[in-house]
Design a protein around this ligand. Structure first.
Ligand code: GDP
Length: 300
C-alpha cells in the first residue's frame, strides 16, 4: 500500500536505532518518542492525535513494563503497536444490520471523496454475503451523479432507485424516503443512499444530509473520506460529525501516495470506527478495516 510508505520507513529506522541499545535510559526513550512524533507529524497526522499518542507511548516506555522487560527495545515497539491499534479504533467494527429489514446505510462526504464508487463496492460486498441491496440515487446536485450511480449499479449487478421526472426530482430527502419505502415493498434487505457532496463543507450540504438522516432513520451513516485530504481531515470529519453525526468511517484512496495522516487521525478525533478501507477504482478494491492489521502494516 503506497500510503504510509514513508511513515513506515521512518518508524522502521527509528526502531532499528533503538534495537542497538541494551537497557534504555530515559534519554533513549525521549529520543525515540521525538522521532516518532516527527514522523507522524510529517505524515500529516493531526497534532492533537500525535500529542496524545506520544505522551501515552512515553509514559508506558518509561514505566515498569519496559525496564523489567527482557528486551526493552522490543517492548517499546510493542507499546507503539498497541497504541497505534488504539488510535485506529481498537477492535474491528462490522456493519450493523437492522433487526427488521431493510437495513438503511447512508453515505456522506465531500464531493470526489469516493462515495459513489464506494456505493458500488458496498453493494457488491453485500451481494457476496447473500444480501439484496438497493442503491438510492439521492445526489441530485451534480447533473451527472444519477447516471454515474446507474453505471456503478450496473457494474455491481445491483438494483437502483433513481428519481423519475415528476417523482421527487430535485428533492433528495423525498427520493431517499421513497427509496427506503420501495425497498420495503420489493423486499430488498439493504438500502444504500448515495448523497450529494460539495467541494468544501457548507451549511446547505450539511442540512440536506441531516434532513435525509432524519427522514430515513439509517442504521449506519458512513462518512467517506479521501486519504489524500491531508491536514484538512480533522476539520472535515468534525464538520460532518457535528452536521450529520456519522456512525462509521470509510477511508478511500488508500492506494494513492497520501501520507496517511487522515487515516491515522479520523477515528481518534471523532471516536467513530473506520469500517472499510478502499484502495482502488475497481469494484473489488475494498476491504473491511482491521486496526491491528493496519498497525502491523505501518510498523512492518
Ligand atoms: P463522489 O463524488 O464522492 O461520489 O466520488 P466518486 O465515487 O465519484 O469518486 C471520485 C473519483 O475518485 C473517481 O474518479 C473515482 O474513480 C476515484 N476513486 C474513488 N475511490 C477510489 C479509490 O479508492 N482509489 C482511487 N485511486 N480512486 C478512487
Amino acid at each position: 500500500m503506497a500510503t504510509f510508505g514513508t511513515l513506515s520507513d521512518r518508524l522502521t529506522e527509528t526502531f532499528r536505532n533503538l534495537r542497538t541499545k541494551g537497557k534504555l535510559s530515559p534519554a533513549d526513550v525521549d529520543g525515540t518518542v521525538r522521532e516518532i512524533r516527527r514522523a507522524l507529524l510529517d505524515a500529516d497526522v493531526a497534532l492533537v492525535v500525535v500529542k496524545d499518542f506520544t505522551s501515552r507511548v512515553r509514559e508506558r516506555a518509561l514505566g515498569d513494563e519496559v525496564s523489567k522487560a527482557l528486551n526493552p527495545a522490543q517492548q517499546v515497539v510493542q507499546i507503539v503497536n498497541e497504541e497505534l491499534v488504539a488510535i485506529l479504533g481498537g477492535q474491528q467494527r462490522r456493519l450493523e444490520f437492522a433487526k427488521t429489514p431493510p437495513t438503511v446505510i447512508m453515505l456522506a462526504g465531500l464531493q470526489g471523496s469516493g462515495k459513489t464508487t464506494f456505493a458500488g463496492k458496498l453493494a457488491r460486498m453485500l451481494e457476496k454475503d447473500g444480501h439484496t441491496p438497493l442503491l438510492v440515487a439521492a445526489d441530485l446536485q451534480r447533473p451527472n451523479a444519477v447516471n454515474q450511480l446507474q453505471v456503478v449499479a450496473e457494474r455491481a449487478g445491483a438494483a437502483i432507485f433513481a428519481p423519475q421526472p415528476g417523482n421527487g426530482v430535485g428533492d433528495p430527502v423525498r427520493v431517499s424516503k421513497d427509496g427506503v419505502e420501495y425497498a420495503r415493498q420489493k423486499q430488498y434487505d439493504t438500502v444504500i443512499i448515495d448523497t450529494a457532496g460539495r467541494l468544501g463543507v457548507d451549511a446547505e450540504l450539511m442540512k440536506q444530509a441531516a434532513d435525509i438522516r432524519k427522514a430515513t432513520n439509517p442504521d449506519e451513516v458512513l462518512f467517506v473520506i479521501d486519504a489524500m485530504i491531508g491536514q484538512d481531515a480533522v476539520s472535515t470529519a468534525k464538520a460532518f460529525q457535528d452536521g450529520v453525526d456519522f456512525t462509521g468511517v470509510v477511508l478511500s484512496k488508500l492506494d494513492g501516495d497520501a501520507r496517511g495522516g487522515a487515516a491515522l487521525s479520523v477515528a481518534s478525533v471523532t471516536g467513530r470506527p473506520i469500517i472499510f478501507a478502499s484502495n482502488g477504482e475497481g469494484l473489488d478494491d475494498v476491504e473491511a478495516f482491521h486496526p491491528d492489521r493496519m498497525a502491523s502494516r505501518i510498523l512492518d
